[in-house]
Design a protein around this ligand. Structure first.
Ligand SMILES: [Zn+2]
Length: 340
């Protein structure tokens, strides 16, 4: 069989078809000043046993989001292959250079990986990594779990994320899997239909897709990490890859929201952002959302910001300092469409 350009240029140290547990890397060529024939080693692990679906679990798409990579590392270390029915492929620090630098985007090319899919095997490092995942791993997968958090600039209500399906059947599977994750709040996020996210690309490849947003602020949240640990196990039990002993039943039904076209409150001024409400507060369009203060001009009246949608305060900018174009707040609105 003819090898694709992605297969020619990248190679994994694990055999994705071999039963048992393997922990290795895939190599993306990176010829730099101090390493002419070097590579970027992206960690990958495979646990395979018997018949069952293949689930691809991704963390570290943004390098400053930690609950997902921690959860995946624990599963890689703790799971015995005998406990698995099917195959788990872990990419816990997919944007390895960004994770090493603790930055949202790669320090090598400055690119946000989650706007590069399906990638480019002849592109920069971030695009090459995305191409390996899209071209080599996605064809192996039935389900894709993409674990994000708010990152350095945002604090977000820990939530499972529903990727809109490309077909009614895929949408139903995505909704069921996201609700199985078991967060009190679940949110439909379509990124305005942008096809360049990992989850959108996985959906186009025909997989069932689940995402998360887990707190943020560039730190590790105790509560979000507990939800993430439980949620990933819940989904794997829902899919039948782990036994139901791994699932922790949800206490209350998840409330489902969506991010509409007016979800984001963007600032026009250069100053310091004062929020009006805590995360989870119910708010209305037109209501006062925050103020921008001008600390070096104490005589200047602060500028008011207003919400543009009805819903709950879902995300909030973490740094107080803002500049024109920064997103200060995100409102999640009740999901009106039919869920399944
Ligand atoms: Zn992210």
């Amino acid at each position: 069989m003819e090898r694709t350009i992605t297969q020619q240029l990248t190679s994994a140290t694990v055999d994705f078809d071999k039963p048992g547990k393997q922990i290795g890397v895939f190599h993306v060529p990176f010829s730099s000043h101090d390493d002419a024939w070097g590579v970027v080693p992206v960690p990958v692990a495979v646990i395979k046993n018997g018949e069952g679906p293949t689930v691809i679990l991704e963390g570290g798409n943004h390098g400053d989001e930690y609950e997902g990579p921690i959860t995946l590392g624990e599963l890689i270390r703790d799971l015995d292959p005998a406990e698995v029915r099917g195959r788990l492929i872990f990419i816990p620090a997919i944007n390895q250079p960004a994770v090493q630098a603790a930055q949202r985007v790669s320090p090598i090319d400055g690119i946000n990986m989650n706007r590069t899919f399906p990638g480019d095997p002849l592109g920069t490092t971030t695009r090459q990594i995305a191409a390996f995942v899209n071209d080599v791993l996605f064809p192996l997968g039935d389900v894709f779990i993409d674990l994000h958090s708010g990152g350095s600039s945002l604090d977000i209500i820990p939530s499972a994320v529903i990727e809109p399906g490309k077909t009614p059947a895929q949408h139903e599977a995505n909704v069921k899997a996201a609700l199985a994750f078991g967060t009190p709040v679940t949110v439909v996020i379509d990124n305005r239909g942008d096809p360049r996210t990992a989850t959108a690309s996985a959906a186009l490849a025909g997989m069932t897709v689940i995402g998360t947003e887990m707190a943020g602020g560039g730190t590790v949240s105790l509560d979000a990490l507990a939800l993430c640990r439980r949620g990933v196990r819940n989904v794997l039990a829902h899919l039948g890859v782990l036994s139901s002993d791994y699932a922790t039943p949800q206490q209350t039904e998840s409330r489902v929201y969506e991010l509409g076209p007016k979800a984001h409150v963007i600032v026009d001024d250069d100053g310091v952002f004062e929020p009006m409400h805590k995360l989870g507060t119910e708010v209305r369009a037109g209501e006062l959302a925050g103020r921008i203060h001008f600390l070096t001009q104490p005589g200047r009246t602060p500028v008011d910001l207003h919400y543009r949608a009805d819903g709950i305060v879902y995300g909030r900018r973490q740094p107080g300092r803002v500049r024109p174009g920064n997103c200060c707040l995100v409102v999640a609105s009740p999901y009106e469409s039919k869920l399944i």
